[in-house]
Design a protein around this ligand. Sequence first.
Ligand code: PEP
Ligand code: MG
Length: 762
Amino acid sequence: MASSADAGPLILIRRLRQIMAEPGSGQERLDKIVKQIANIMVADVCSIYIRRQDGSLELFATEGLNKGAVHTTHMTRGEGLVGLIAESNEPVNLSEAQAHPAFSYRPETGEEIYHSFLGVPVQRAGNVLGVLVVQNRTQRLYDSEEQEALQTTAMVLAEHLASGAVAGVTVTSPGTLRRRMQLAKGLTLSDGIALGHIVLHEPRVVVTQLVADDVGEERKRLARAIKRLRVVIDAMLDRRDLAAPGEHRDVLESYRLFAHDSGWIRRLREAIGQGLTAQAAVERVRNETRARMLRQPDSFWRERFKDLDDLSDRLLRTLSGRPDTAASDSLPEDTILVARTMGPAELLDYDRSRLRGLVVEEGSLQSHVAIVAKALGIAAIGEAKGAIESVEPGDAAIVDAETGELHIRPGPDVIAAYSDKARFRARRQQRYAGLRDLPAVTRDGKAISLKINAGLLVDLPHLAQSGADGIGLFRTELEFMIAHRFPLKDKQTAIYRRILDGAGGKPVVFRTLDIGGDKLLPYFKHVKEENPALGWRALRMTLDRKGLLRTQIRALLRAASGRELQVMMPMVSTTAEYEVAKQLVREELRRLEAKGTAPPREVRIGAMIEVPSILFELDRLMAAADFVSVGSNDLSQYLFAADRNNRRVSQRYDVLSASMLRALRSIVSAADRHGKPLTLCGEIAGRPLEAMALIALGFRSISMAPANIGPVKAAVLSMDVAKIGGELGGLIDRDAPGLRQRLVEIATRTGVEIDGPGTGVS
Ligand code: PEP
Ligand code: MG
């Protein structure tokens, strides 16, 4: 076989295209194809083996081997060199084929006289359809250009086979080899069950035009697309909502490296040189990388290959003028969106009414997309490794965000079980909806104020839907986190005004910016800290950057003009800190009045109790603050010194333990002593058993995720505070162990409904 790599492949591809368009039977065309390949590649033999349904490979056409072997020679799955190529999806290049351990001698072919062997998979969209082989009498290794030429030829051949042009060849459509039911595991980002159909956030492009009409033009197209791709990646790296450090950023950095990788670009250009269109060249090179990725034992490198795979997808989309995300496509009504990474604003681009579920391969519980998914009430799972690889667009799928599982192509039994589960949840929701307009009063007549936690404009409808008494915690930083740049005063004023308007007179407690720690603003320079949770966060930061706090307070005061404004400070560690912040609010109020702008009807300034030091200063704080609210998420994190975001320790200590309950009880009595309004707005308020304990301790106002209002109200309506309060007090005083279990027993004995979703009891 002569080295004919320069003009050879181009001529060959063009010749193949002519043959494929010629009249005649599929078999006749295949016969001509093998003849052409053998001729142009100066090979003594060229053969095509096609994969059958049972996985065996059948010799379909040959030039050089005995013709009698055609449709007679079958290699069973994995048998011989041909089987090896099909199984491994990789080329085999040998100077002495018969010396290879996998070689399987078939006398009917007469191949014993040929020594050198080059075989490549005929694959389409990752599925091996067959194997293309050339052989020569001489003992020699084929050079890399010859191998690439044969791979390019195999790609064109694959497309021809997939078009159904050859009778007797049943080609499985892309993905059909993966059409088994599969399960991907991840983490719950937003609770819920969703049954629907897969849509890829970044759609794959199927390359249909393979052969270039004008190689020079294709090279120019490639160059333009790579340039555009680099600009897009640079823009993404600059994008503020993706600026926070994390896995997504590593991915972007590696995209950037690959987009400038001269080896990758050279291979793409060479593939075009062999007669492929720019898209087909990307696909060709990608197929090789995929094969290397599958072989790669090291997970770091496997991930990098995956990045390159993603980048190829992007390049294909750029080349075909396809938009970057599926948000503008017409979506099925029951869309389950699968993404590798996703920013919060990207999720908001979708038509919510069509979204049922979300799966993000790299989304963690703290990711901003998780916050938005929760606000939108979409069942979502994150850290679902391998999800994208396992799905095909249009596949049926079930997101079980209770367990963090994605069922791909589920069987009828699984679908039936989940339909039941979804119906059960819907019935339960219906029951809670029935409680919506009932006042939350305990059996012994204690009125409990149930409020919701919110943080985004999209949360507003939850207030009316849940029938809550108000917004007990509005986390102002969330709108900042999903914005592309820092919202200036007017923008902030508009947001707060819309919140107050939307609340329709129900009270809203705005918390000033709680940023720092794990809550990063993408457009702010990130300060690296050894211990972010113990670092420059919340009030500590805004007291050092008073401009931030002042702007926010001004916006709040303006937005609340003529109405009541409640604003509270997060992470108060000393009363003195709170007093400085309060003073600042007062100054801004005076400034506003001096300007002649109508001030709020009333301004109340609160403090969050979430740092343990303040537990030992409660009287001073209560005397100073207009109201207080317990942030039990942080309070328990700092009390137990257990990072709330570290799964290894976050569940280790029970909030229903004597230490935490004593701390909470001391807050209740201090608030009572000073006659100060008290709320608790951490996650525990939304769990019926914990809510029961809080009410038994004396809390009369609690604030929670909107979905928990129903289950907690059911608990409130069925409890008797006097009975449970006395018993719980005794247990705490006696340092009784196993408090959670004892509380469950009390609830069961006294008929308190504690079996809502997400309680761990249902
Ligand atoms: C808390 O710490 O309990 C709280 C409500 O605030 P966040 O969860 O926003 O820190
Ligand atoms: Mg907090």
